[in-house]
Ligand binder design. Structure first.
Ligand SMILES: CC(C)(COP(=O)(O)OP(=O)(O)OC[C@H]1O[C@@H](n2cnc3c(N)ncnc32)[C@H](O)[C@@H]1OP(=O)(O)O)[C@@H](O)C(=O)NCCC(=O)NCCS
Length: 414
């Protein structure tokens, strides 16, 4: 037998195979510094040797390696495990010491049933699942592909755990858990959306012009192979359900519908005023909703290793930043924006097309910078200013006021 992954998890599998009189000939690992594990040689290039067990605890990594290797897989079942003759166990799966797998249970491929776990009658455990030590699945439980059931969690009869979800250690799960979430506690409740390979549905809040631009941007990200989003539609409190926003979708509801939705959904807030963006964000309380960055494939970063960005930002076409730039959360860069070295941008700012920020500029929160406006080097902008189109800001403005002109002066609306 060959093991792929020279980790602590591999050590347990070696013990299991030793107890079953199966010899481990070698392990494989990308880390060139590991040359042996428990006196077994570790090689760094797999040349078709088989059978193999992927000895890596991370479910997604196991799946990615399986998709690459195409070989014959073995299983490792410790002699102390009690496995019903009416249960089935897929290739690549490891069943550890002291587990009990009851009648008519089905365990998929490349799963881990960890020390002392119990899988009762007629459970269906799909591929790449990890049932952690002492976890208990009562009868007729279904665990979706890639899910991870934490140590000592208890899953009540008939419950379904969604694909790639995580159930925290010690949880008591009495209701179904949807796909792609982190859930824990007693009773177990969904706490957040898990960044997994299945959270690809996306909606846009805001059925106006910016909403249509963002919808087009999402298609472009998909076409460039930089995402795999399924745009399900738009949310907007000012438009009726079913309102056709464009050929790309219609209005599915407003804030109430968003907050009561029970499937994971990524959301882009496509509203162009900073205060409304924040207000909308603060009203979203549904833990199923996540806020990805939507970044045009044309975005250029001179030194990516020094670039930092938060979540929920929308970066449209032809924007560029140089080095040591930091962008916070929920900003809109509306196209052709340029940022020099050491620029720091806070949260909920909206920059219209053509905004240029010189080196070491600091932008606080909730500012609106007009079309083609410029902020000169080292100027520190606080919060909630409006900078008029074509203006050049040369000195620190006062929070909450409007500045226009070249050089930009405080504008009095009286
Ligand atoms: C559920 C889990 C994935 C969450 O991890 P996380 O997102 O990094 O969460 P954090 O550690 O940041 O904790 C966030 C909050 O949730 C609470 N929390 C985390 N896991 C919890 C759990 N299993 N049950 C109850 N509360 C939990 C923390 O106490 C913390 O609360 P606070 O904000 O009031 O301080 C993780 O805690 C867990 O249970 N993992 C399973 C571990 C396991 O079984 N390993 C077996 C290996 S063989």
């Amino acid at each position: 037998m060959y093991l792929y992954g020279a980790s602590g998890h591999a050590k347990v599998i070696i013990d299991i195979l030793n107890a079953s009189d199966v010899k481990v000939d070698a392990l494989f690992d990308d880390d060139m510094s590991i040359t042996e594990l428990m006196s077994i040689p570790v090689k760094h290039q797999w040349k078709g040797e088989s059978p193999v067990i992927i000895s890596i605890g991370n479910n997604l990594t196991r799946k990615q390696i399986v998709e690459k290797l195409h070989c014959v897989y073995g299983t490792a079942i410790h002699p102390s495990a009690v496995v019903s003759p009416c249960a089935t166990i897929g290739e690549g799966t490891v069943v550890m010491q002291g587990t009990i797998i009851q009648s008519s249970a089905h365990i998929g491929k490349h799963c881990i049933v960890n020390t002392g776990a119990s899988v009762d009658h007629e459970c269906v455990v799909e591929d790449y699942v990890h049932i952690s030590p002492k976890a208990t699945l009562c009868g007729n439980v279904t665990v979706g592909e890639g899910a991870w059931i934490g140590a000592a969690a208890v899953v009540a009869p008939g419950v379904r755990i969604g694909k790639w979800s995580i159930v925290g250690a010690g949880s008591v799960v009495v209701r179904d858990v949807p796909d792609g979430v982190v859930a824990y506690g007693n009773p177990c409740r969904v706490k957040s959306v898990h960044a997994s390979c299945c959270t690809k549905r996306i909606a846009i809040y805001g059925a106006g012009g910016l909403g249509r631009e963002v919808a087009g941007g999402i298609q472009r990200i998909n076409r460039a192979g930089m995402g795999n989003w399924e745009l399900v539609g738009f949310y907007d409190d000012a438009k009726p359900i079913g309102f056709k926003v464009s050929h790309l979708g219609e209005v599915l509801g407003g804030m109430d519908e968003l907050n009561t939705m029970d499937e994971p959904l990524a959301l882009a807030i496509a509203v162009g005023t900073p205060t409304s963006r924040k207000m909308i964000h603060d009203r979203i309380t549904n833990p199923m909703i996540s806020f990805p960055n939507l970044i045009s494939p044309s975005f250029k970063v001179l030194d990516p290793s020094t670039f930092k960005i938060g979540e929920g930002n929308i970066i449209q076409d032809n924007c560029s930043v140089t080095c040591d730039v930091e962008i916070g959360d929920y900003n809109v860069l509306n196209g052709s924006n340029v940022m020099g070295h050491d620029v720091k941008v806070g949260d909920f700012n909206v920059m219209m097309p053509g905004v240029r920020l010189s080196g070491e500029v600091v932008i606080g929160n909730g500012n609106l910078l007009g079309v083609d406006s410029v902020v000169l080097q080292r100027v520190k902008v606080g919060d909630s200013i409006t900078l008029g189109a074509g203006s050049v800001l040369m000195t620190k403005p006062k929070d909450g006021f409007t500045y226009i002109g070249v050089p930009a002066k405080k504008f009095d609306f009286e």
